[in-house]
Design a protein around this ligand. Structure first.
Ligand code: PAF
Length: 281
């Protein structure tokens, strides 16, 4: 496995791979790799000749009062996991390499990114689209694999790829969960045992919503959302940021439930830790 830090070296290497006919798969990450990331690597490995994992804690997607300064990092362990999983290249650029002095170009998607997390994190998706387009230009992927847990991020990136005619296929891997149902996330490391217990309400509440639709035939968005909020409210350290039923592609809020086309998306604070999750309806 190769580890490349230089942006120029990564780009010329990727251009070389492409001109020799190799298919490239990119798994963009901010490191601190968990089973969710590893399952995305497995998807890429099945589809392409060379798998690149980028590890870069991207400052432009964090708001002023967010956790950029203490975002968990574990480079040595990440490299080991990538090696074991058969990754070909880990690209771990520096902040200065990605955003040199005087950097001033950003990418804004203006529809899919507007609601849900876009409301409480107004500059977040601008940072995500900007860094992803840069990573795509540097690593020249044929496919890029993202996780369904970040459903809005997946839709925003898909929209950017369509709108800007980016020649890469976006592939979405299913959300990985622990045996207790908690969706894997690097931010789970922040949780104490008791916070972890409270966080389990997320997946439980989403399953309650899904059952209402598929087993009880409920079609009222308000009823499903109210029931999910009611369940989340029983966890005392948990504050709801949003619970919304949205269209899977556009992230537009739904008026009534149409099974097979929508997601319920949830964001909460568990004390100081912000967690998101979603389930298909
Ligand atoms: O999902 C993430 O880890 C990040 O948002 C991403 C896609 C790597 C961009 O920094």
């Amino acid at each position: 496995m190769q580890t490349i830090q230089s942006v120029n070296e990564m780009q010329s290497h990727a251009i070389g791979l492409r001109s020799s006919g190799r298919l490239i798969g990119l798994v963009p990450t901010m490191g601190c790799l968990h089973e969710g990331h590893l399952s995305l690597i497995d998807i890429a490995k099945e589809r392409v000749d060379k798998v690149i994992v980028s590890i870069f804690v991207n400052p432009t997607q964090f708001g002023a009062n967010e956790d950029f300064d203490h975002y968990p990092q574990a480079l040595e362990a990440d490299l080991e996991k990538c090696r074991e999983r058969g990754v070909d290249i880990v690209f771990n650029p520096t902040v200065e390499g990605m955003y040199p002095q005087g950097y001033s170009t950003y990418v804004n998607e203006e529809q899919v990114s507007a609601g849900l997390c876009g409301l409480s994190r107004p500059t977040h998706f601008r940072g995500v689209t900007t860094v992803c387009l840069k990573l795509f230009n540097i690593t020249r992927p044929d496919i890029v694999v993202f996780g369904q847990k970040d459903a809005q991020q997946c839709s925003v990136i898909q929209k950017m790829v369509t709108d800007l005619n980016i020649p890469a296929e976006i592939v979405i891997g299913e959300t990985k969960r622990g045996a207790d149902g908690l969706a894997t996330s690097s931010r789970n490391r922040y949780l104490t045992n008791s916070q972890h217990e409270e966080a389990l309400s997320l997946s439980k509440a989403l399953l309650i919503g899904q059952r209402m639709v598929h087993e009880e035939g409920v079609r009222s968005v308000d009823r499903v959302v109210a029931e999910i909020i009611h369940h989340l409210s029983s966890a005392h350290r948990l504050r709801v940021i949003y619970v919304q039923v949205v269209d899977r592609e556009t992230m537009e809020p739904a008026r009534e439930i149409i099974p097979g086309t929508q997601l319920v998306c949830v964001a909460v604070w568990v004390d100081q830790t912000r967690l998101i999750d979603n389930i298909k309806l």
